[in-house]
Design a protein around this ligand. Structure first.
Ligand code: CP
Length: 306
């Protein structure tokens, strides 16, 4: 049966742990040994929305495993611009590659592609819904920083309403035991209620505040997010909240030593550059882990052992 990566809701805790273990193995493997793993395989990248990290790290991951990459990063460069449907596009490109990675502004397109395609599909972000490869690299980063994922106190800050990285990560973390989440957002960007429903409610506790200062002294991890202008139906509403949270070196002066600040990136103004030189900054290590985890994802979905 073909394997896809569409939503964290599709993965069991064991599946997630398998990805984390595989990423650790990939990280240890010498570059020369990795270069032969996916020789002859082709990755199709289909980006209907802008991206730096996700597209380029998948491309780099495929190249580092010896495979090849084809694709596009703008729908206007394809026959979609002439009116071709998404489904016909999938039925066409599945002939040209062994695995595809898709980013699209509309929720559910990853699922639609997976139900249409004969080859494995990776959802690289579908609107405000999910971004599972980001979540797996976030979990890998958290595990490396803290030695495990259970029993952590994690503050999510910023756009909790539209952020697919937050939605995916919260759904995944809820599969691990004993989690405390502090939700820090403007009133209009609060986390949707449906995302808080867990199978085992007793293992997850949600707390809320509007204060970033409280988050700094509260827990183990701050997961910052960008207020995403492109998601707002009304730009007046965006203007009201765009500068709600900015963390800088001074705010972190009295933070616990173990605190780490993560961010899926790109950032706009929510993390000052002054934080980059502190020990709290974890977001560029996160970027590096993205390359490792995406190699693990390609190997796992293509069924290639290492
Ligand atoms: N984190 C993330 O998805 O970044 P890009 O939009 O640059 O791919």
């Amino acid at each position: 049966m073909k394997r896809d990566l569409i939503s964290m809701d599709d993965l069991t805790l064991e599946d997630i742990k398998e990805f984390l273990q595989l990423a650790a193995t990939v990280e240890e493997l010498p570059a020369g040994e990795k270069m032969t793993k996916l020789v002859g395989k082709i990755l199709m990248v289909m980006f209907f929305e802008p991206s730096t990290r996700t597209r380029l790290s998948f491309e780099s991951a495929m190249c580092r495993l010896g495979g090849s990459v084809i694709g596009f990063n703008h729908q206007m460069a394809t026959s979609v611009a002439k009116g071709e449907s998404f489904i016909d596009t999938i039925h066409t490109v599945e002939n040209y590659a062994d695995i595809m990675v898709i980013r699209h502004p509309r929720e559910g397109t990853g699922r639609l592609a997976s139900e249409t395609s004969r080859i494995p599909v990776i959802n690289a972000g579908d609107g405000t819904n999910q971004h599972p490869s980001q979540t797996l690299l976030d979990l890998y980063t958290i595990q490396k920083f803290f030695g495990g994922i259970e029993g952590l106190k994690i503050a999510f800050v910023g756009d909790l309403k539209y952020s697919r990285t937050v939605h995916s990560l919260i759904r995944a973390l809820m599969k691990f035991k004993d989690q405390d989440f502090l939700l820090v957002s403007p009133d209009t960007l609060r986390l949707p209620e449906y995302l808080k429903r867990a199978e085992k409610q007793d293992t997850v506790r949600f707390h809320e505040t509007a204060s970033l200062k409280e988050a700094v002294s509260w827990g183990d991890l701050i997961y910052m997010t960008r207020i995403q202008k492109e998601r707002f139906p009304d730009l007046v509403e965006y203007e009201k909240v765009k500068d709600s949270y900015c963390i800088d070196e001074k705010m972190l002066e009295h933070a616990p030593e173990c605190l780490r600040v993560l961010h899926p990136l790109p950032r706009v103004n929510e993390i000052s550059y002054s934080v980059d030189r502190t020990t709290y900054a974890g977001y560029f290590e996160q970027v590096g882990n993205g390359l490792i985890m995406r190699q693990a994802i390609l190997l796992q979905l293509l069924g290639v052992a290492i």
